[in-house]
Ligand binder design. Structure first.
Ligand code: CP
Ligand code: NVA
Length: 310
């Protein structure tokens, strides 16, 4: 397996390997790899990023390499050079290509044309690198994933999709509660159900946040307006999503020791209240930290050809 484009492309054993690598690199943060010694990694961001950009640049440095971050207007891509030509040219220089953009199809085209590993650093459909950190954080705080129920409350978006695929692939349960019209993509639902049939995991879908969080070990939410969603929908979304806010009352419906999770950036007073995200149940900064350790593990695994894929 050359690339990581979505979680469901991984074999369950690959996902387990990546999570364990993340834990190992966390416990040995001074380890210096040489997988990228005297080499470059190109990180292309067509949307803003704090965590992904900085953690992945740091991960490249930890493996001995030099990260080159570029935006759309800095490449000829912004003036019409094709994805295929760009991918082939970058493959002649760099050892790794990381891409955050809108269409999943564009990332697939990059990966197909590139001879180096391509990593999806967030698309409209998926955020696989976030899911690696999420599974690692869940296990650190709550124990083995196959015994856990994770509630996802809010928009059935890219973060939700990758969380569903990852938790269910490893045999856990995900209960998703979304307002009508904001459910996860039917293709991702079908894929997750197929993963559940293999792993013994479970996917529950509904529109009742209280039912989703009942007996949950973790309650996860994300922004109600993702990058690329029309900003003019903001006011309407705030109304539609209001009953899905993760607040102290909703958290009381989960297990007493439940953790609160968010990929960040969050919007206090919208999808989560300040008392919850800043409170003792929140593990959002551990998630953010684990983005670094799982990125080191992922790059190491891809550069050393350690992933099988399906
Ligand atoms: N969680 C996450 O991907 O954050 P950034 O958008 O800051 O990279
Ligand atoms: N769903 C959000 C995640 C940001 C990290 C977005 O796509 O904007």
């Amino acid at each position: 397996m050359k690339d990581l484009l979505r979680v469901a492309d991984l074999a369950a054993s690959d996902l387990r390997f990546l999570v364990e690598l993340g834990k190992r690199f966390k416990s040995d943060p001074v380890r210096r790899g040489d997988e990228l010694l005297h080499q470059t990694a190109v990180l292309y961001f067509n949307k803003p990023s704090t965590r992904t950009r900085i953690s992945m640049c740091t991960a490249v440095a930890r493996l001995g390499g030099v990260p080159l971050t570029v935006g759309p207007n800095e490449l000829q891509l912004g003036r019409g050079e094709t994805i295929e030509d760009t991918a082939q040219v970058v493959s002649r220089y760099a050892k790794l290509f990381v891409i955050r953009t809108f269409a999943d199809e564009d990332v697939r085209r990059f990966a197909a044309a590139a001879s180096i590993p391509v990593v999806n650093a967030l698309t409209d459909g998926h955020h696989p690198c976030q899911a690696l950190a999420d599974v690692m954080t869940l296990e650190e705080h709550c124990g083995p994933i196959e015994h856990l129920k994770v509630a996802y409350v809010g928009d059935g978006n890219n973060v939700c999709h990758s969380l569903m695929e990852a938790v269910v692939m490893l045999g856990g349960t995900v209960a998703v509660a979304t307002p009508e019209g904001y459910a996860p993509d039917p293709e991702v639902v079908a894929t997750t159900r197929a993963l559940a049939a293999e792993s013994g995991g479970r996917l529950e879908l509904g529109a009742d946040p209280r039912a989703a969080v009942a007996d949950a070990h973790a309650v996860y939410t994300d922004t109600w307006v993702s990058m690329g969603d029309p900003e003019e929908e903001h006011a309407r979304r705030v109304e539609v999503f209001a009953p899905f806010q993760v607040n102290a009352s909703l958290m009381r419906g989960a297990r007493p020791d439940a953790r609160m999770m968010h990929c960040l950036p969050d919007h206090r007073g919208e999808e989560v209240t300040a008392d919850v995200v800043d409170g003792p149940q929140s593990v959002v900064f551990d998630q953010a930290e684990n983005r670094l350790h799982t990125a080191v593990g992922l790059f190491h695994a891809l550069l050393t050809g350690r992933l099988e894929g399906r």
